[in-house]
Design a protein around this ligand. Structure first.
Ligand SMILES: Cc1ncc(COP(=O)(O)O)c(C=O)c1O
Length: 474
């Protein structure tokens, strides 16, 4: 079963049928597509829908506990602050906020971006910035600027699911490099680059999310960061560093960004989505100026400029007081939610499962026994009104069938506990069924271990073994 079938199939009682403003658009029938097929560009054959966006249509329904989205909790932003800021924009800058703006973005917001980057140890000249419509647009503009059909892009395995439709739209040949608890295995990247070189191929760029990876939840070590920029420099290879989560660290020391280690080959992307609001749809790129210039021309063709209203709103927010305060409050809330999820996983998932322990960000990546297919599991989980992102969404080659991404920022602690309990239940159901079919006995219960957070990591991705197994009654 594909993710699309899960979403479209209407298998979920009470979920598939009733029309609503949020209902997914009816998928066209093969007969309808046939009528237009001669008109489509060849690249549309390779375009892929974003699994997360497809899932959102279902998970917005009230009865579903969604651990699928990558949503920050915008309910934590005080509505009176929002009203006051919008009031300021209306009274001070109404006409300008309602007008087109420069493609590269207003100077004032670029100064705000420079402040944010400085908080992560980077010094940037505002001339080297392009304001974009979310970090997602940076990925799109980098592809638009650098890729011809068939060009190689290197990404992590797993990679950010939202980048996959973009890579596919530009007909990239994406090669994924494995990760472990220290992020991308840079040694394997070198082997891959050598292999490609022997075939006369050279990747256009390496795409990486070094901090609190979406979806893997791991962070690239300092040694690997240094290695990566060394390789980039030696091989004249561009790196797209996507860093939406760097400021959302809940433990440990901050590590230097790749951009602060090398600004010659690193294109840097970030966003206000996770530190303020995804609704403002504002992100940015910092890049060497020849690349930035091409991206800017690409942006003119895409959307002329990012929303002026949003830029004025964010500028007013920075003017209003220390912007770090809100991030501090988010860190506190998300750290607690992460811990609640880790504890719930330890309590409800079977011992055969493993999962990562993120030091920040919004996601935990869980690996089930290999006989469990998480796409099928999602259909079953949706019957229990709970959702996650199946692992295949993060690979281009069908891998990830027994993996899943779990988000802990978007719902409250009770929902996290209940959501994980429900997913744990359906996973254990599958484990028991497998045992019945194969005659394999479920693994014996583990001896109680210290709190999951304190356990030493084993295996890929800072994986935690289960504290104790709980069996379903009967
Ligand atoms: C790694 C990564 N890159 C880019 C984005 C896009 O963010 P936005 O376009 O909202 O800035 C996201 C959103 O979840 C993400 O996780």
């Amino acid at each position: 079963m594909t993710i699309d079938e899960t979403v479209e199939g209407g298998r979920t009682p009470g979920l598939g049928a009733e029309p609503s403003a949020q209902a997914p658009r009816r998928r066209p029938r093969a007969r309808d597509i046939e009528r237009y097929s001669g008109l489509f560009a060849q690249r549309t054959a390779l375009m892929r829908s974003s699994a997360m966006r497809d899932l959102m249509a279902l998970t917005e329904r009230e009865e579903v506990i969604s651990l699928a989205g990558g949503l920050p909790d915008t309910s934590t932003f005080p509505s009176d602050s929002y009203a006051a800021l919008m009031g300021t924009v209306a009274s001070d800058s109404c006409a300008r906020a309602l007008q087109y703006g420069p493609t590269e973005g207003f100077q004032r917001i670029k100064a705000c971006i420079a402040e944010v980057m400085s908080a992560e140890g980077m010094t940037i000249d505002t001339e080297e910035l392009l304001v974009t419509t979310g970090g997602q647009q940076v990925i799109d503009l980098v592809c638009k600027t650098l890729l011809d059909p068939g060009d190689v892009v290197v990404a992590e395995a797993p990679t950010y699911p939202g980048a996959i439709p973009t890579f596919c739209s530009y007909q990239a040949d994406v090669v994924q490099v494995a990760m472990d608890r220290d992020g991308m295995r840079v040694h394997e990247l070198e082997v891959l680059l050598d292999d490609l070189e022997r075939q006369g191929r050279r990747p256009k760029f390496v795409y990486t999310v070094p901090n609190f990876h979406n979806p893997a939840g791991v962070t690239m070590s300092l040694a690997r960061r240094r290695e990566l920029v060394r390789i980039a420099g030696e091989r004249q290879l561009l790196v797209l560093e996507d860093n939406p989560y760097g400021l959302l660290r809940y433990e440990g020391d901050a590590l230097p960004t790749l951009h602060s280690l090398d600004d010659e080959f690193v294109i840097y992307a970030s966003t206000f989505s996770k530190i303020l609001s995804p609704g403002v749809r504002l992100g940015w790129a910092a890049a060497p100026s020849p690349i930035l210039q091409k991206m800017q021309i690409g942006k003119q063709g895409s959307d002329l400029c990012s929303s002026s209203i949003s830029q004025y709103f964010v500028s007013a927010y920075f003017d209003a007081g220390p912007w770090e305060n809100y991030i501090r409050s988010l860190r506190e809330i998300y750290r607690r939610r992460r811990d609640v999820m880790l504890d719930a996983l330890a309590e409800h998932f079977p011992r055969e499962a493993r999962w990562t322990h993120p030091q920040g960000g919004l996601f935990i990546w869980a690996t089930m026994p290999d006989y469990i297919d998480t796409t099928d599991l999602l259909a079953r989980a949706l019957q229990e009104h709970v959702a996650f992102v199946p692992g295949r969404a993060a690979y281009l080659d069908g891998r990830g069938g027994n993996e899943m991404r779990l988000n802990f920022s978007g719902v409250n602690e009770d929902h996290i506990r209940e959501g994980i309990r429900r997913i744990g239940e359906v996973v254990r159901e599958q484990v028991a069924m497998y045992g019945t079919l194969t005659g394999a006995l479920p693994a014996p219960a583990a001896a109680p271990a210290p709190a999951a957070r304190e356990q030493p990591a084993t295996g890929p991705g800072n994986v935690l073994p289960l504290r104790a197994q709980r069996r379903r009654a009967g």
